[in-house]
Design a protein around this ligand. Structure first.
Ligand code: NAD
Length: 335
C-alpha cells in the first residue's frame, strides 16, 4: 500500500528529508508547506514533483494526504501535530515530541482516541549499530550494563527555541531508554550559556536502579565533532564511535572482576584484557529506516518503537533535566 505525505517545515531538516520521502517505495505523492515563502519557492524549484501549499489548512483539508511529517521548531510541534491528528492524519514529529510533558501527554491521548499513528523521529534508535548493541545485550553476550558514557559534540547549529540538552542529549536519552528499557530514577544537569539565553554546552547524569549510571556530554561549541557511546558491562564492553571512518562498533573482552584470593594485599580486583573485535551491523541509512517504520506502522496498524509514549518519556527526562539545570545541578527525582 502506498501513501501521500506532507512535509511541514522546509528548513535544514525538512529539506534534507524530502528526497528521502520521494524515493521511498511506499510514498506515491509528496506535499509540503512552510510559513516562509522563500523556503517554499526553493523547494518548488529544486523538487518540481512536490506539491507546495502556501497554507497548512489546505494540506489538512486535503483528503489525499494520509500523513504529516512535522519538521518545524520545537515550540510549534504541539499545535501542528494536534491539528493534523484532529484532521485524521497520521503524524511523524521531529524530536523532541513537544516542549512540555503536558502537551506530549495530550498528543499521545489524542492519537490513541483517534486510532492514528503518532511517531517521533528518535532516529538514533533506528541506527543499525544501536540495534546491534541491543541484540548483544538481549542475548546476554556482554552481561549487564553497569554504566553508559556518551559524548555528542560539534560546532553545532544553534536552535532558536531549545537548548543543547533538548536538541542533542535527547538522542542519547532515546538510545539509553531503548537499551535499558527503564526510566531513570533521577537526573542531574549542569550547563552554560555564553552567546544567548540557551545553554550551548551541558553535562547530564541519569541514575537508574541497581546503581546503573549514564553520563551525557553535549555541546554546540566543540572544535571537533565527536559522537561516542561507551557501554561498560559486566562481561564485555562496547564502543560505538559514529565519527570513526571505519570499524565504528568495537567489542572489548576487557573488564575487571573480584579477586577470589582475599589474602593478597591491595584491591581485591582482577583485570581481564582479552581480544578486541570490530562488530558488523546493518548499515541501512537510519533516516530510511525511520520513514519505513512510520509507514509500516500505519499500514500494519502497529505501534512503532519510537511511538508517542516514547516521545513522552523523553520529554519527561528533558523537563527534569531543565529543572536541575535551573538549580545548578540539583538531583531531580523522576517517578
Ligand atoms: N532528527 C535529527 O537528527 C534532527 C536534526 C536536525 C533537526 N531536527 C529537528 O527538526 C526540527 C526543525 O529543525 P531545523 O534545524 O530544520 O530548523 P530550521 O529553523 O532550519 O527550519 C524550521 C522551518 O520551519 C518553518 N516553520 C516555522 N514555524 C512554522 C509553522 N508554524 N508552520 C510551517 N513552517 C514553520 C521555518 O520557516 C523553517 O523553514 C526541530 O524539531 C529539530 O529538533 C532533527
Amino acid at each position: 500500500m502506498t501513501m501521500k505525505l506532507a512535509v511541514i517545515g522546509l528548513g535544514h531538516w525538512g529539506h534534507r528529508l524530502i528526497p528521502k520521502f520521494l524515493v521511498h517505495p511506499r510514498v506515491d505523492g509528496l506535499y509540503c508547506h512552510d510559513v516562509d515563502a522563500s523556503r517554499r519557492a526553493m523547494i518548488s524549484k529544486e523538487f518540481p514533483e512536490v506539491i507546495v501549499a502556501s497554507d497548512y489548512a489546505s494540506v489538512l483539508a486535503n483528503p489525499e494526504v494520509d500523513a504529516v511529517f512535522v519538521a518545524t521548531p520545537v515550540a510549534t510541534h504541539y499545535d501542528l501535530a494536534k491539528k493534523a491528528l484532529e484532521h485524521g492524519k497520521h503524524v511523524l514529529v521531529e524530536k523532541p515530541l513537544t516542549n512540555s510533558v503536558r502537551d506530549a501527554q495530550a498528543l499521545v491521548e489524542l492519537a490513541a482516541t483517534r486510532k492514528l499513528t503518532l511517531m517521533v523521529d528518535h532516529i538514533t534508535i533506528y541506527h543499525g549499530a544501536v540495534r546491534k548493541i541491543k541484540d548483544l545485550i538481549d542475548s546476554q553476550s556482554v552481561g549487564d550494563i553497569i554504566y553508559i558514557d556518551a559524548v555528542r559534540v560539534n560546532l553545532g547549529i544553534f536552535q532558536c527555541d531549545v537548548n543543547v540538552v533538548w536538541d542533542l542529549a535527547i538522542h542519547e536519552f532515546a538510545i539509553i531508554d531503548y537499551l535499558l528499557g527503564e526510566m531513570p530514577r533521577a537526573v542531574t544537569c549542569v550547563g552554560a550559556a555564553h552567546y544567548g539565553e540557551l545553554e550551548e554546552a551541558a553535562y547530564v547524569t541519569l541514575f537508574f536502579g541497581q546503581g546503573v549510571i549514564a553520563h551525557i556530554h553535549v555541546s554546540w561549541l566543540s572544535p571537533v565533532k565527536t559522537r561516542r557511546l561507551i557501554l561498560g558491562c559486566t562481561r564485555k564492553m562496547l564502543l560505538f564511535d559514529d565519527t570513526s571512518p571505519s570499524e565504528k562498533l568495537m567489542l572489548f573482552d576487557r573488564g575487571v572482576g573480584r579477586s577470589p584470593d582475599a589474602d593478597v594485599d591491595g584491591p581485591a580486583i582482577t583485570y581481564r584484557d582479552g581480544a578486541t573485535e570490530a562488530v558488523s551491523y546493518d548499515t541501512t541509512e537510519p533516516l530510511f529506516t525511520v520513514i519505513d517504520a512510520f509507514l509500516r506502522s500505519i499500514h500494519e496498524k502497529q505501534e512503532p518503537l519510537a511511538n508517542g509514549e516514547s516521545g513522552l518519556r523523553m520529554v519527561r527526562i528533558l523537563e527534569a533535566a531543565s529543572k536541575s539545570l535551573k538549580q545548578q545541578g540539583v538531583r531531580i527525582p523522576l517517578d
